[in-house]
Ligand binder design. Structure first.
Ligand SMILES: N[C@@H](CCC(=O)N[C@@H](CS)C(=O)NCC(=O)O)C(=O)O
Length: 438
């Protein structure tokens, strides 16, 4: 009491959406410590200007003030609080056990928390606060870092219940809020939809550890509820890329054509001709930022009408094939394209489009390696051809694609890009068949 009167209550300077300050909050709640929370608008310019700038020891949140002590760096804060309040269950005094906690705290901060928080800023916060520019190169770098180190955590958790042994420790509290946003930033732990998950066929132990971590009494209150839809199921606000309109995508793809007519020759060449590095570069320059956003659900409002749903399908199904030619990432967006396509069909949007637009709306089905989707594709293109003779070319392609899946169960044309070994029969087909792109 005497101490509290002299020093005042512990102050935490942070932000409800700053991952590094959330981990401190988690410990304060877990330990039942009283504190005053002072929100620092780190997304604005509070750390560059204004009265708090001088007070922030490192120019970043979080920091705490405890009497005369002013301390930054989230891990240092966790250790200080654990020492100060004798939280030996979370931070053991035995040197060896403590070292294990320290090791995971450090590893977690450098190799996991840093890249994940960067992705969180880039892919999640930047959607809500448009003054944070999206830096795609940086995202790729951060994903690489995670691809290298998350599997280490996954492997470690295969024979440990918690990071530093059989009990939950500071290390778990430090990493839980970070791993909680994995899906929200495009790093799925379950299911293989991103390059990271594909490389490691999901990370079930990490996912399980996170589930158990959510049972930490205060976890939901502190963190989960702050993310729309709960962590991992973020609902991205509509229209997050105001610069791009569906019409721009449609004009780029179809030109100024009169509805119902066949495409001009140069467009047919662009769609069906040999790969053209110049066109790839144009698509990359104009649309790769939008593509990222589309993959993250940044254009959900485009799903609501026939023309904009078509624009979204073009973006997800066609653009990656230009931007990532000969690369596994060319197919990363297929599942999302297929979802948007099927939803548009369920809503009858194809009936509002002309034959050529419909053909492109149906294409994700043709690009699917699932035989059922192939059958559906064939039916739709057959129907389309019966309504517009000019759609014959698409019907022929639909037949070819269905046959390839019937024969091989997959598109051998993709094997190399996807790092799949070709079977002898596929090798013969690739060498002697006349495979088009799939
Ligand atoms: N290593 C520091 C990192 C803190 C940090 O990166 N904080 C972010 C918010 S999560 C920040 O203050 N960003 C402000 C900026 O980048 O200007 C820690 O663990 O506390």
């Amino acid at each position: 009491m005497w101490f509290a009167l002299i020093s005042g209550m512990l102050k935490l300077f942070g932000h409800p959406l700053a991952l590094f300050s959330v981990k401190v909050e988690l410990l304060l709640r877990e330990a039942g410590l009283e504190y005053e929370f002072i929100e620092v608008d780190f997304l604005g310019d509070a750390l560059q200007r204004g009265p708090l700038r001088e007070r922030a020891p490192t120019g970043r949140v979080p920091w705490i003030e405890d009497g005369a002590l002013c301390l930054a760096e989230s891990n240092a804060i966790l250790r200080y609080l654990a020492n100060q309040h004798a939280l030996t269950g979370l931070y053991p005094s035995d040197p060896k056990r403590r070292a294990a906690v320290d090791a995971w705290l450090d590893f977690g901060l450098v190799h996991v928390a840093f890249p994940l928080s960067q992705l969180f800023v880039q892919r999640w916060l930047s959607k809500h606060f448009s003054n944070w520019p999206l830096d795609i190169e940086r995202c790729v770098q951060m994903e690489k870092e995670l691809t290298r180190y998350l599997p280490r955590l996954e492997a470690h958790l295969s024979n440990h219940a918690w990071l530093a042994g059989s009990r939950r420790s500071l290390a778990d509290l430090a990493l839980l809020p970070l791993i909680a946003v994995a899906e929200a930033v495009g790093v799925p732990l379950e299911g293989a939809t991103s390059s990271i998950a594909q490389a490691h066929v999901g990370m079930p132990r990490l996912a399980n550890w996170r589930k158990r971590g959510r049972d930490v009494a205060c976890f939901d209150a502190v963190w989960d509820k702050r993310l729309p839809g709960g962590a991992g199921r973020v609902v991205v606000p509509a229209g997050s890329d105001p610069a791009l309109e569906p019409q721009e995508v449609l004009r780029f793809w179809f030109g100024e054509r009169i509805r119902g007519t066949p495409p001009a020759d140069d467009f047919a060449t662009a769609w069906f001709g040999a790969p053209d590095p110049n066109r790839d570069a144009v698509v990359r320059d104009r649309f790769s930022a939008a593509l990222r956003r589309a993959a993250e659900g940044g254009f959900v409002d485009w799903e609501e009408s026939a023309p904009s749903a078509l624009a979204l399908v073009l973006m997800l199904d066609q653009f990656p094939r230009h931007v990532f030619r000969e690369d596994a990432r060319a197919f990363d967006f297929d599942a999302e394209a297929l979802r948007v396509c099927k939803q548009a069909l369920a809503r009858g949007f194809d009936r509002e489009l002309d034959w050529l637009e419909r053909a492109f709306l149906y294409l994700p089905l043709m690009h699917s390696e699932d035989p059922e989707n192939q059958e559906r594709s064939l039916k739709l293109f057959d129907q389309l051809r019966s309504e517009a003779l000019a759609a014959f070319r698409f019907l022929r392609q639909a037949r070819e694609h269905r046959d390839w899946i019937g024969r091989f169960g997959r598109f051998p044309q993709r094997n190399q890009a996807l790092g799949r070994a070709s079977t002898p029969a596929e090798k013969v087909f690739l060498e002697h068949g006349i495979p088009g792109a799939a």
